[in-house]
Write a protein that binds this ligand. Sequence first.
Ligand code: ARG
Length: 455
Amino acid sequence: MTLWGGRFESAPDEVLWRYTVDGVDRRLLPWDVRGSLAHVTMLARVGILDEAESATLTEGLRRIAAEASEGTFEFRDSDEDVHSAVERRLVELVGPVGGKLHTGRSRNDQIALDLRLYLADACVARAAQLRTLAGVLAELAERHADDVVPSYTHLQQAQAISLGHHLAAHAWWALRNADRFEDARRRIAVSPLGASASGGSSLPLDPAVTVDELGWNSHFDNSLDAVAARDFASEFGFCCAQAMVDLSRLAEELILWATTEFGWVTFADALTTGSSALPHKKNPDIAELARGRAAGAIGALTALLALQKGLPLAYNRDLQEDKVHVFALDDSLGGTLEALTALVGSAEFHPPAPSSFTTALDLAEALVERGVPFREAHRLVGRLVARLVADGRQLSDATPADLEALDARFRPEDLELTDPEVSVRRRRSPGGGGPDSVRAQVAAIRQAIEGSADR
Ligand code: ARG
């Protein structure tokens, strides 16, 4: 039975039903009931429902909520959507008074609310997962604060840095993504309920009561905007897609670091996979799938935006499709965070020492401290590097005679700077790649995580 049969002479055709009813919104059941409970309270508060009616509807909805959480709620093929299913079940449970639930409401403001309720919770959950990942990375950063690796630019060895610095770099974006979800949540948690189908109602609805019931801070100002807007869904989609892109970059590095060529890292056997053909293989499939799923996330965000671009105000059925993409994004991110955090947590790092050429800047900066213009110092060290490379030597193979032949302002003890370990320990600019900076970052990351828990 549809919610709208009165106007129609014939029942819906099977073709219509197959095409328009997709069941994707069934996932919103707990949030749909939560919204309806708030709606009933509001209807009672403004005198549209009497006390007995509101108690009956509330009791019925609570039973449906219990069925939802126990997994015993049964959808029927004849339920057009989650809203119809709840109303049908409510009438089964409490009788014709259940027909009062939809007073002053349409499925247009209802679905907007359901999606907002779902996404507000999803923001909290994804932010928490992102902070957990940041915490795991901070733990590793602390453990490896004194281990030295090259940093890379253009995927060429650049400067010697602490391995902890590289791991902490990944924690920082994780924290920013967590903040982004919380910021988006403020715009998501705005109630559209009371907008009705598009233009409000002749009944004395009070959206402020609904907002209070939901524990939110604000409600819509314009009923058309309330039912038409999906910018909040796009924003959630962007938060997910950006996090997936960042996770993909981490995944790519984990894959690279696990190669024989890099040899930086080994993952737990239980979190890697083997090859059906090659007995020696140990593959970082979690990281590869994380990288692969970022593609789907970008696609889903693009689809969400494209879905909205040509829609006239206010509600259009096209918007039913938003949920496909929103759920895909949320699932993809939730699953990726869970799996990649486990993989990272299992990592054993054993990176080889960087090339001593990663200390070339230190040598140039030694001259700068003696008053040599940086451009000149750069050129002198560049010439030294060219000579050593031509001889097949490393920077640490340079001799006092090599320095003397280039410029009198070099000193023999400058050669001590060509040890990457020394280079890293001498790094002193704030936020730089030395161990003291790493320890300060680890403390700051932990503080940010704890601070968010208090909020
Ligand atoms: N199933 C719809 C959606 O997901 C909600 C109902 C829309 N309203 C309507 N009049 N068909 O957007």
